[in-house]
Design a protein around this ligand. Structure first.
Ligand code: MG
Length: 380
């Protein structure tokens, strides 16, 4: 088939969930996938780390008027290789109901699938479409949820370093709610990790739990002895004046941005936060297309982009292709989730080997989905 003959025929949205619908998900036990079908037989795969039912609504909604449309009807009959044009068409066609948040999450999933289609159509990996690769492997940091029990944290850190990690991040669980316990947990993790590898990086993620700039400054000063790689979201990234205050009051570096969408929100964060690290998630920020723009903006703002990634193997693959294609894309988040959606949804899940993840060379994103896992956890 010629490049000008391929067309989008359907957007399938799949809601996956491991626990019962009224039980909580801790890390990656639910998900929403899109499969973009074409008349060429090529199917592109994407996902969003968002609310599945809301993503389904964004994609399947009918037309209210030209600025409030469902994404599927905007795309049917379109050429999936026109990725930048279709991004703009989706953004403009959802201008009233969209522009930020959930609609951009849905656009992110579809954008990812369009890059997958293009790679398969041209028979090259997505990193090749993005301009080629700078590296064949990317150093990974391991993310885990700490315990309030010291020996459990010691064991966890020993196990991660034995696996080959040279960089760690932890957050959630008890972290952020008791200053003395926070200090003890951070000291245990840092001392254990650096007792094994003195160069081991340690970052912490507060998920906004420190709440105020004043408390964060107090904690950050106390933690300067541990020279953390970064302190992530000590307070909500809605409050950039607070971020700025913290960044001007301590030598510790700040990170944030996993909840932000579009170049516009990132521009605001970069201008006002004083943070050193920015963490867009490809499944939410606007997909691979928007990620490329945010990367350039971060570089121009003197910040480092280290993507957020805490979902399935589809997101890991998309993140690896993106990072491989960027000069400073040398650090990736690698979740320690035990959810079957994380460990088994993608049959050829990109592995962690001696501190790094290899950059795949298959066409598109290169992911092979396990259809049995999809059927097992599909919400109908
Ligand atoms: Mg985080």
């Amino acid at each position: 088939m010629k490049y000008n003959e391929i067309k989008i025929t359907e957007i399938e949205v799949i809601h996956l969930r491991v626990p019962a619908i009224d039980e909580a998900c801790e890390w990656g036990e639910d998900g929403v996938l899109v499969k973009v079908h074409t008349n060429a037989g090529i199917v592109g795969v994407g996902e969003s780390d968002s609310s599945p039912e809301m993503i389904i609504a964004c994609i399947k909604a009918s037309m209210s008027h030209g600025s409030s449309q469902g994404l599927e009807r905007i795309l049917i009959g379109e050429n999936p290789l026109d990725i930048e044009r279709l991004y703009t068409k989706m953004y403009n066609g959802t201008h009233y109901a969209g522009r930020r948040s959930t609609m951009i999450h849905a656009i992110s999933a579809i954008d990812m699938a369009l890059w997958d289609i293009a790679g398969k159509f041209y028979d090259v990996p997505v990193w090749q479409l993005l301009g080629g690769k700078f590296r064949n492997k990317i150093r990974a940091y391991g993310t885990f949820i700490p315990s309030a029990v010291k020996v459990e944290n010691v064991a966890r850190v020993e196990e991660l370093l034995a696996q080959g990690f040279t960089s760690l991040k932890f957050g959630g669980g008890p972290l952020g709610h008791d200053p003395e316990l926070d200090y003890q947990i951070i000291r245990t993790v840092c001392n254990t990790a650096r007792g094994i590898n003195p160069a081991c990086e340690v970052a912490i993620d507060l998920a906004s739990a420190w709440r105020t700039a004043g408390h964060t400054i107090e904690m950050a000063k106390k933690l300067e002895e541990f020279n953390l790689l970064w302190i992530e979201e000590p307070i909500t990234d809605d409050v950039l004046a607070g971020y700025r205050k913290v960044s001007q009051s301590t030598s510790q570096k700040l990170a944030g941005g996993e909840t932000l969408t579009t170049r516009y929100e990132f521009a605001n964060f970069m201008e006002k936060s004083g943070a050193d690290f920015v963490q867009p998630d490809i499944t939410r920020c606007g997909g691979i297309s928007e990620m490329v723009k945010i990367y350039d903006m971060a570089h121009m703002a003197g910040m480092k982009l280290v993507p957020h990634g805490f979902s399935t193997g589809i997101l890991i693959a998309a993140t690896v292709h993106f990072l491989a294609s960027r000069e400073h894309g040398d650090l990736i988040e690698y979740s320690q989730s035990t959810s079957p959606l994380y460990t088994s949804l993608v049959k050829n899940h990109i592995p962690f080997v001696d501190g790094y993840v290899p950059v795949p060379n298959e066409p598109g994103l290169g992911v092979i989905l396990d259809e049995e896992i999809i059927e097992k956890y599909r919400v109908n």
